[in-house]
Every structure is written in C-alpha cells, then in structure tokens.
Design a protein around this ligand. Sequence first.
Ligand SMILES: Cc1cc2nc3c(=O)[nH]c(=O)nc-3n(C[C@H](O)[C@H](O)[C@H](O)COP(=O)(O)OP(=O)(O)OC[C@H]3O[C@@H](n4cnc5c(N)ncnc54)[C@H](O)[C@@H]3O)c2cc1C
Length: 552
Amino acid sequence: MTQTQASAPAATARALVEASQQVLDAALAHAALVTEGGRLIDEHQVHTERVAYLATQVRAARELLSHVERIAAAGRPDALLERMAHAYAAEVAHELRSQREAARPDFGLEDEQARPLWVDEIAAAIDAGLDEGFLRAIGRDVISSLGVNNTDLEDEVAQLTRDMARNFAKTEVEPLAQEIHRQDLLIPDELLDKFSAQGFFGSSIPEQYGGTGMGDLPAIVITEELSAVSLAGAGSLATRPEILTKALLAGGTEQQREEWLPKIASGEVLVAIAVTEPDVGSDVASVQTRAEPAEHEGERGWRINGAKAWSTFSGRATLLALLARTDPDPAAGSRGLSLFMIPKPAYDGRHWRFEQPEGGVIEGTANPTPGYRGMHSFTLAIDDLWVSHENLVGGDEGVGRGFYFQMGGFAAGRLQTAGRASGLAQAALEKACQYVTGRSQFGTQLAEFQLTQYKIGRMAVHVAAGRQFTYQAAREFDDRAPEPSMAKLLTCDIAGEVSREAQLLHGGWGYSEEDPISRYVVDSLVLPIFEGVKPILELRVIGRALLAAAAQ
Ligand SMILES: Cc1cc2nc3c(=O)[nH]c(=O)nc-3n(C[C@H](O)[C@H](O)[C@H](O)COP(=O)(O)OP(=O)(O)OC[C@H]3O[C@@H](n4cnc5c(N)ncnc54)[C@H](O)[C@@H]3O)c2cc1C
C-alpha cells in the first residue's frame, strides 16, 4: 500500500460514511422544514432526538475514519483501527437505514433519497461490517493486546502528556481509587497537592495566566487517563476549574483573569460550580437564587439568597462559581443572570457551614450517591451571602451576561466529560480483556468463546469511535458549536454500555464491590446526567443547532 492509497477497510468505511451523510442530510433537511429550523422542536421531540443521535453517530464514524486516513497518509497505518472504522461506519449506516424504515412518515424521505444506503455496494459493505466473524476477529485482536489504548494522538505534546498522565494515574491514583469509592472518602489533600504539582489544573490555561497552555487536546488526554483509574478520585478534578476558566477567558475582566487564573492553574484555589437548584435543573435560564445590590463598609457588592443543588466538591473548594439572578424581573429570563466568584474556606466532611465576617451564611449538606465518590455533591442553603462587586464575572459589563458565560463554560465541561467517559469506557474494556483471559469455564478460557470475542469487538469499536470524536472536538474546540455536546452525548452512552457489558463478562464477581468493574458501572450512570442531561443535549443543544443549520 502506498502512503496515499486507502486500505480496503478504510475505503469501504469512506463509502459508508458518505452514503450515510447523504441520507442524513436529507433527513435533517426534512426535519428542519417540519420544525421550522428548530423552532418547533418541542412539537417533534421524538424525531428530533432520533436525528440528533443519528447525526452524532455519523459524525463519530467520520472522525474515526478521518483519523485512520490521516495516520495512514502520514505513514503510520493502523490496520486494526481501519477495520474498526469499517465496523462502526457499517453499524451507523445500518442504524440510519432501520430507523428510517421504522419511522418513514417522520423521516419524510422519498425512496430515492434513502437509496444511497440500499445500493448493492453499500448494502454489501454494511453486511460485511456487521458480520459477526468480522467483529469476532476484531475482538480477538483487542483481547490479545489486553485492550490497551496506544492510539496515535497525531500530536507529540499530547503523546508525551499521555505517558506522563498515565504514569501518574497508575502510581498515585490507582492505589487509592477503590478505597475512596468504597469508604466514600474525599480525595486526600496529598493527592490534590501532587495533582497541582503536575500542572494538571493549568493544562488549558494560557501561559500568560500561569497555565501550561498545552491546549484542549492534551488537557482532554489528561482527563481521560485519570478517569481510566478513577472518575471522581482524579478524572473529574479538572472539569470544575475548566468551566470557570473558559467563562473568565470569555467574559472576565483583565483584572479578574490576572487574579484568578494563576491561582486556578496552580491549584491554590479549587473551584466548585453552583448553577443547579432544587427546583431548577435543565432550565438554567429560570435560576431563582437572587443577588441584590448591597454595600459593606463602603464597598460595593451583592447579597445572595436562595438554594443550590448538586454542587460537586463545594466543601473542599475554596472558590464557588455561582449563577444568580441580578434582574428581579422574571421576564428577563437568561438575560437577568450574573456569574459570581465566591471565596470560602475548605471543609472536609458531609456537612459544613461558613459564616462570613460580613454576616452572610452558606451551608452545605452532601447528597449520598451510589457512585461518583471522592468529591461529594452538596445542596447549598444561602442566606445573605456577601460578595464584592469585583467578583462578578465581567464587572459592570458582566451584569446580566452570566448565563452566556456559563454556557460557554459548560461547552468546555462537556468536552471534559467526553474525555472522562472515554477514560472510564477504556478502563472497563481493559478490565474485561484481563478477566476473560484469566478465567475458564467448561474447560475453555472465556476469551475463546465466540460471544466473548464478538462483545469485546463491539465494545472496542465503540470506544474507538467515541474517543476519536472527542479528540477532534478538542482539536477544534468551539464553545458555540454542537460538537463538544455531541461527543459528550455519545461517549457517555458508550461508557454506560461498555462498563455494563464488561461487568457481565465478570459474572457474579463483577457485582462484588471489591472489583473495580462494579465501580465503573455505578460511576458511568452519572455521565449522561450532568453537564447537560441527555435529552436536553439531544433536543436543545444538538437538535436545535443542526436543524437551524439545515434550514439555512
Ligand atoms: C452527581 C452529580 C453531580 C452534579 N454536579 C453539579 C455541579 O457541580 N454543579 C451544578 O450546578 N450542577 C451539578 N449537577 C446537576 C446536573 O447538572 C443536573 O442534574 C442536570 O443538569 C439535570 O437537571 P435536573 O437533575 O434538575 O433534571 P431535570 O432538568 O429536572 O430533568 C429531568 C428529566 O426531565 C426530562 N426533561 C427535562 N426538560 C425536558 C425537555 N425540555 N424536554 C424533554 N424532556 C425534558 C428529561 O428526561 C430529563 O432527564 C450534578 C448532578 C449530579 C447527579
């Protein structure tokens, strides 16, 4: 094969992706028409969800394929990944074809428009990519390398970063991970110090503000490696500061950036996010917590009253990024919200209370959870909490713009979460490979059973597709684009599915709390919930963006 010639599996995958794209574009165009460019999504929620998810899968197939094509063109072909690209593209094409068959009136396509997925060459490529023998062969190859992820990152800095992060994860985090989970402990300070010393908190903060300025891809790779040993004990540490960092870079004053970003980068301040409220979740624009203009000893500031829910790590954190309503007129909606940075002391434990010298009080009570342990998520009661005007993100210009800063930050959080999910799925895949090579039943190693090979083949294909989509979303990070949300949507589902399949492969031992696989399963359950619960991403973020674009 010359460097520019595509391998047979890659060429087949290319044909499948282009055929799927053609049909998808027609489906999106019709959905855009019916929903008036996304305005009437709520009258067509089920179909919008369908096309948003299919678009996400087609995009993942494209990114996996583009990756294998690029590395082949660079003279570093990966034959296994090329077969995976074919398998995933076939699965997605098949999914699109069958969804359209099952809901023809909703798709509204003429047979001619759906034809690209039925022509002989494509139908044969789908059959070949779904063939169980083809997937079993992939599974066997994955098992023989114990599922280890050595995928080409196409970037030297990212490659070195992965080695360093993996080494840190294995030596510093892994020995603590099970204990943190089983005893529901907070991440020990010693580990936080080591994490800070590695510069992990500053990986996506520009150098001028004290970060390492590595960029979004290395930052995601760090999160992925840490999440592969512990989602909450290390893998999620960078998400909170990342949300505030992006908000500060987008809307903070220069003085705020200079004051806070170096402290975030060094780990001197640890950040928690307080947006969700007991009665307000996905509908962020309806936040009820109120901030009213106030003065304390001649200083201009705000008094905040209300309640927040699910504020992860807000006990140990020393800076809360809190969204509150500064315009009392409910009609102001999202334009009435501002983002505040509230310094506080660090507390251990499940209950804490901070009485400010200025007279305000904030009290946190942890919500018990089956997984995602290590940081605790708190309900917050807020009573006359004082915050200086200097700590309103954006200063005077930032009043009423908190929602937009926060949403930009959430896009970064979603990308982080795609990295977290990829890491968790990878951990489950590797654990499954180890288990099936170490156990025999009926005189046969589990890895030798056809069904085991098939399952592992499918798991590995999904993990690879989610990962490459995530990496590409990181390389091209744009907080206004749907891609970070699409990558998050898909990888979180993959993490759930792969960890449960891996648990099943462990039989009863997979249900034991002593085995990390049971931790991966309970941890994975939270992934489609936070940083935008799955249906909201599908409908209001991805569906809306794609249908608006398709209507142009
Ligand atoms: C462990 C954990 C940690 C968290 N950490 C943080 C944190 O640090 N900071 C923070 O601010 N928040 C945090 N959250 C909160 C999280 O972001 C919210 O749970 C999430 O945004 C969803 O909000 P909700 O739980 O109120 O669900 P709701 O918004 O009430 O949604 C519940 C369900 O209703 C349905 N639904 C809602 N709206 C629609 C619609 N328009 N169309 C169709 N269906 C709809 C969907 O099925 C949805 O899943 C955390 C949550 C958890 C579980």
